[in-house]
Design a protein around this ligand. Sequence first.
Ligand SMILES: NC(=O)c1ccc[n+]([C@@H]2O[C@H](COP(=O)([O-])OP(=O)(O)OC[C@H]3O[C@@H](n4cnc5c(N)ncnc54)[C@H](OP(=O)(O)O)[C@@H]3O)[C@@H](O)[C@H]2O)c1
Length: 297
Amino acid sequence: MANPSRREDEIQPGARVEKRLFGSTHCQVAVIGQGTWLIEDTNAPQAIAALRRGLELGLTHIDTAEMYGSGAAETLIGEAIAGRREKVYLVSKVLPTNASRQGVLAACERSLRRLGTDRLDCYLLHWRGSQPLEQTIAGFEQLRREGKILAWGVSNFDVADLEEVRSIAGEGHPACNQVLYHLQERGIEHAVLPWCAKSGVAVVGYSPFGHRGGLPGPRSASGRVLKEIADAHGASVHQVALRFLTRNAPLFTIPKASNAEHTADNARAAALELSEAELRRIDHAFPLPRSRTLPVL
Ligand SMILES: NC(=O)c1ccc[n+]([C@@H]2O[C@H](COP(=O)([O-])OP(=O)(O)OC[C@H]3O[C@@H](n4cnc5c(N)ncnc54)[C@H](OP(=O)(O)O)[C@@H]3O)[C@@H](O)[C@H]2O)c1
């Protein structure tokens, strides 16, 4: 017979996944979400189970892109969120090569079809290409008027690009900037993060584990710091990393996990509280790089 108290234990961590205001959108979005790059490389039932487990536990911000598996990731997500769409803050991205005004409209239709939904919560330009930003933004605005997207943002944009978006689209845009951000790559803290914080733009950090899940091991000085803090809380080093990376507004993070145990581990990060002293230790162990230019993968 099912044990009701155990079921409650499983659900509770999800209830605690913190939400915060997502840029100018008026939406409260889970600070820890789920990335999906390469998720289509995992067998579909396992990947779908991992995504659904994440949703149950409160990792309701799902990030994808038309680029991922040339649409295969979106198709898989469509299956995972069927009957659960209302729970999800769903984000996809258009490729720069499709980012003309008409191209954006067509790409969005294809993404909606694969995802099995009638709207995206936020639609991003994956990175800046050769299409004039005015064109892309005109496409985004048309989609917004038609209710096919509720907001739009950008990815891999440095401060000069962000200022250009704002000069074209005005206050409230972009809703977010999705950028590379992990413990060993804190370059956005020099300029992009302060600009976004001041301008009301959500910062969604991608590859929080450095893409391949690699965090420094306990033989290195920085890895030792992570491990000691994790051990003090009975947590994993991945949880400590996620907590640090979402330590204050306007930060969000989107770890990818195709293994449901990893998903659950990531969700439990939400319950972890790091003291000021622990945050300072991590800050010292993983110093900012000298380069002020935007890091990309
Ligand atoms: N806008 C952009 O240009 C851009 C670029 C890169 C990424 N992204 C987005 O950001 C998302 C995340 O980045 P990413 O996929 O590059 O890499 P990541 O999230 O830094 O790392 C993913 C790796 O970490 C492992 N992992 C996840 N949770 C774990 C845990 N608790 N313990 C141990 N290992 C764990 C995963 O293993 P399993 O899969 O086996 O669970 C996978 O191998 C992407 O999926 C994508 O949605 C956006």
